[in-house]
Design a protein around this ligand. Structure first.
Ligand SMILES: [Zn+2]
Ligand SMILES: [Zn+2]
Length: 345
């Protein structure tokens, strides 16, 4: 089968690899249809690592995918051959303290698709996964929508952790990439409309406006706090950082009102942020960290099926597998208006 692997920093190749085989009675074999290029894939491509997770070459990345079930193990009951499925890339063990306390996303033995040292990614014609990771969506979602469920779940989960109290809550989002836009889509689906987007790339601000943000701020051209105050005199209740930038976090602390909540979703380039503790303490701000998502796949599917969240608005590019490196280059370089690029297998 065709498989796209990283072979070095900014190097990738399409190789011929053996088709993976079902090993356990609850496994399914999936023929991939649509795969989204994620910011984390780009980190592995351009830096060969994220934090302590280092790529050993050759290695396939990719974890945002949809596919068709082509074979099922003898104990599989939730899906059948021919089903289009959303694949949850997270494979938890089911028996550690985290799994047993309802936190499979922080499972001690978690294996994640396309995560070095865990599972080979989905940039290939076929993968084998435990059936519990598959959610059938035939006739409900198209393959591209189905592949977008994974990033959208991060937005859904982030909003859940923000514990927004009512529709009047004022919100700021830093970063209008796929995760920031997923947060926006979920907020609007919940009719929380008092939302500002802070982002340096004009084409991404345009996309946020198209989706329905109330106001936009360009931090490279405007003073963020001054601009936000024009719309929110008392400042904002909740800030999501989906940029991973120190400057964004610094501004977030400035634009939150006392008692406000900062939700950190973005992955910073180095492992550390600094905070103005004087401001943080005086305002008694809360910080919440988001680790991927927990139990949000079904809700995310439902929001897309019902038409409340049009996730396809994030898609700007489609490429065949042979052009995967081009896809990675335009996403990494923010070229050609790129937000979400899809690889169609
Ligand atoms: Zn992702
Ligand atoms: Zn576990």
């Amino acid at each position: 089968m065709k498989k796209v692997v990283l072979t070095g920093i900014r190097e990738m190749e399409m190789i011929s690899a053996p088709v993976p085989q079902i090993a356990n009675a609850d496994d399914v074999k999936i023929k991939l249809v649509s795969i989204g290029v994620c910011g984390s894939d780009i980190h592995y491509y351009s830096e060969g690592k994220i934090g302590t997770q280092v790529v050993k070459y050759p290695f396939a990345v990719g974890h945002e995918c949809s596919g068709t079930i082509v074979e099922v193990g003898s104990k599989v009951t939730n899906v059948k051959v021919g089903d289009l499925v959303v694949v949850d890339p997270s494979v938890h063990c089911g028996h550690c303290d985290q799994c047993l306390s309802g936190r499979p996303h922080t499972c001690r033995n978690n294996r994640f698709l396309g995560c070095p040292g865990q599972l080979e990614g989905c940039l290939s014609e076929y993968i084998v996964m435990p059936s519990f990771t598959c959610f059938p969506v035939t006739g409900k979602l198209n393959p591209v929508q189905a592949a977008l469920i994974e990033p959208f779940t991060i937005g859904v989960y982030s909003v859940k952790l923000a514990e927004i109290k009512n529709r009047q809550t004022s919100v700021g989002i830093f970063g209008a990439g796929p995760i920031g836009l997923s947060i926006l889509l979920k907020l609007l689906a919940d009719e929380v409309t008092n939302v500002g987007m802070i982002e340096p790339l004009e084409y991404r601000l345009e996309k946020a406006k198209e989706i329905g943000v109330r106001y936009v701020v360009n931090p490279e051209k405007q003073n963020v706090k001054t601009e936000v105050e024009k719309f929110e005199e008392l400042l904002v209740d909740v800030v999501f950082d989906a940029s991973g930038e120190q400057a964004a976090v610094t501004n977030a602390v400035k634009i939150l009102k006392p008692g406000g909540r900062l939700v950190l979703v973005g992955i910073p380039p180095s492992a550390e942020y600094t905070f103005d503790m004087d401001l943080m303490r005086r305002k008694e701000l809360s910080i919440v960290n988001v680790r991927r998502q927990n139990h949000c796949v079904e809700e995310a599917i439902e929001l897309v099926v019902s038409g409340k969240a049009d996730v396809e608005k994030m898609v700007t590019h489609h490429f065949p597998p042979e052009k995967t490196s081009t896809a990675f280059d335009i996403v990494e370089g923010y070229k050609d208006g790129a937000i979400k690029a899809m690889i169609d297998f």
